[in-house]
Write a protein that binds this ligand. Structure first.
Ligand SMILES: Cc1cc2nc3c(=O)[nH]c(=O)nc-3n(C[C@H](O)[C@H](O)[C@H](O)COP(=O)(O)OP(=O)(O)OC[C@H]3O[C@@H](n4cnc5c(N)ncnc54)[C@H](O)[C@@H]3O)c2cc1C
Length: 277
């Protein structure tokens, strides 16, 4: 194992160009250290990034809220900027792990680790968040919905790192919001199912709706087919048989140590019903 502690982001990006073999970033270490300890990761380059101030912090810039990749969940939960502009996002993250974990775990690490259960991802998906991927030669911005392409797989190149998460300042404006994380207990629970939702309603009609789920596919994702069906419908026009039919096409729940697929499916349906009622 080769450990590297770059002085700046520029020298980190130089390192990425030159390094041979697999590279991992050590941010909060709450996922990576477990994988190293269990021997899942060996003979890799480990680049420490948590000391790099350029990657840390929360700022309102023009129309956006910009969160540095190494910003911890504790910092997000304490941020006045987030409280003011994105209160739903902040409140929902209170169910993340425990205060001890919140101090170390970073938003960039939660995204990059790519777990189907990653709590921040369904929330960022309904907020239409973008991420900045940086390499020595370019910075590119992609929507988070386009980042994952398989179980623990993503479109990040080997010479890139996530540097920022960008959310529109008005992303929550005039929206009715919903977030539920179902786990074995309230604290320190990895989710069995999670659902994030945002909608705008005029009169009785849904004029806009966004839904995303965690722990129901190989990575968290938006339910675009269900959203399309629900848009421009009044509550009484919604046919739940149709919702379930579309949901079947968008989720692939599995049975594992934490839960079984039937339970996951029914909880998801019930959460959608709860949000629509
Ligand atoms: C006891 C326990 C409870 C937990 N509870 C929860 C929970 O409730 N909800 C939840 O979602 N997760 C939970 N987790 C998982 C973990 O804490 C989170 O996924 C956390 O956000 C990971 O961030 P980190 O900074 O610790 O990442 P690290 O462990 O430092 O890194 C994780 C991975 O991300 C990559 N990475 C890190 N930063 C970047 C970057 N900027 N750009 C590109 N790649 C990067 C690393 O290379 C590595 O592969 C828990 C973990 C433990 C041990």
């Amino acid at each position: 194992m080769k450990f590297i502690k770059p002085e700046t982001v520029n020298s980190l990006l130089d390192n990425l160009e030159d390094s041979e073999g697999k590279t991992y970033f050590l941010a909060g270490g709450t996922d990576l250290n477990v994988q190293i300890k269990n021997g899942i990761i060996r003979n890799a380059n480990i680049i420490y990034i948590n000391h790099l101030s350029e990657l840390n912090g929360i700022n309102a810039v023009n129309g956006s809220i910009i969160i540095g990749a190494t910003t911890s969940f504790h910092e997000i939960l304490e941020s006045e900027v987030i409280r003011h502009h994105l209160p739903f996002f902040q409140k929902s993250l209170r169910s993340f792990a425990s205060p001890l974990l919140q101090n170390s775990a970073t938003i960039g690490g939660n995204i990059a680790n790519g777990s189907p259960t990653a709590d921040v991802v369904p929330l960022l998906l309904v907020l239409d968040a973008k991420i900045e991927l940086s390499s020595k030669t370019r910075n590119r911005f992609i929507y988070l919905k386009d980042f994952f392409n398989g179980y623990k797989q993503n479109v990040m190149e080997s010479n890139e790192i996530i540097t920022k998460i960008i959310i529109d300042k008005n992303a929550e404006k005039d929206c009715i919001t919903f977030y539920e994380k179902v786990g074995s207990r309230k604290a320190l629970a990895i989710s069995k199912v999670s659902l994030a939702g945002m909608k705008r309603v005029s009169g009785n009609k849904i004029t806009m709706i966004k839904l995303s789920v965690g722990s129901l596919n190989e990575y968290p994702r938006r339910l675009f087919k269900v959203e399309d069906y629900l848009t421009d419908k009044t509550t009484s026009e919604i046919d739940f048989t149709k919702v379930e039919e579309l949901l079947d096409k968008e989720i692939t729940p599995i049975t594992d140590l934490r839960s079984d697929k039937e339970y996951r499916y029914h909880v998801c349906v019930n959460l959608i019903r709860a949000f629509l009622n």
